[in-house]
Write a protein that binds this ligand. Sequence first.
Ligand code: NAP
Length: 303
Amino acid sequence: MVKVMVTGATGLLGRAVVAELEAHADFEVLACGYSRAVQGIYRLDLTHCSQVTAFIKTHQPDVIVHCAAERRPDVSEQNPAAALALNADATRSLTQAASQSGAWLLYISTDYVFDGTTPPYNEHSATNPVNFYGDSKRQGEMIVTEAKQGFAILRLPILYGAVETLPESAVMILLHQLLDKNEQLVDDRAVRSPTSTADIACAIVQMIQLQTAGEPLSGHYHFSASGSMSKYQMLLAMGDLLGLSTEHLKPVTSPTDSAKRPHDCSLSCERLASLSIQSNVMFNSGIEKALQQSPAAMALLKK
Ligand code: NAP
């Protein structure tokens, strides 16, 4: 039995990772959340180093999938100390504890470590984040790399999946703009590759299976769905899927977000592809399933 600790298990990606691990009989899952930790989930404040050390010493996981993060660029910009405490300092605590206990750490990172000017980015491309969120995640990556323990980093693009509330996903929240028939300005500039959390969770489980079977994985990996779209194009696809008019949507090319966003961080994913780990979920089928699995979305659609 492989004991896998998942941080951020109450979050968008962590929930999918826990579900996929639990579907395999050979994993024992230690799901860790924070403010949303309910029965069956350990409440662990990762910003308290002593809590992290004690948890890992007590439970001795074989693998740690570190999903927890402050992932909102605007919030990170407004409160950089809090973003750094979770994205970098907590990563240091986990890295140190994992090094001491012999656990393998998989750090979940982002395409926002790149500046978006020269896509596609491979696993060896130079990083140059354009906002504080990307910078804090890059600091987390550096901490993991500098530990020299054979840990791995998995960079991901924008996520969608089953949500508790629509703002949990920068893709799912677009549904509001589709349903509000007043004129809606939608970003048609930034190029994204929306990727399903269920798809990523399958890839993460495959990575863990290889690692624990004696095929060590270390360093940087990329995972992304194929196909690039702007948020405007995502909405056109969702409108088509749901049979809803998109005439009220107006594409705009000037960003309105407070934190700067990179233009196009498309990832090439050669390292995982060479291990036969690839995305299997296209946007249309993935978003349809995610909407069906999200009561908040279904309730809006039934109105
Ligand atoms: P999320 O939904 O915002 O979840 C964040 C998680 O962090 C929650 O489980 C939260 O727990 C936990 N957390 C917050 N503060 C904590 C603390 N002090 N101690 C312990 N846990 C704490 O994030 P996500 O979207 O799943 O992102 C997962 C990973 O993917 C992150 O590393 C992110 O950088 C990366 N990523 C995300 C996207 C995206 O589009 N979302 C894109 C690329 C990469 P509670 O809710 O219980 O407090």
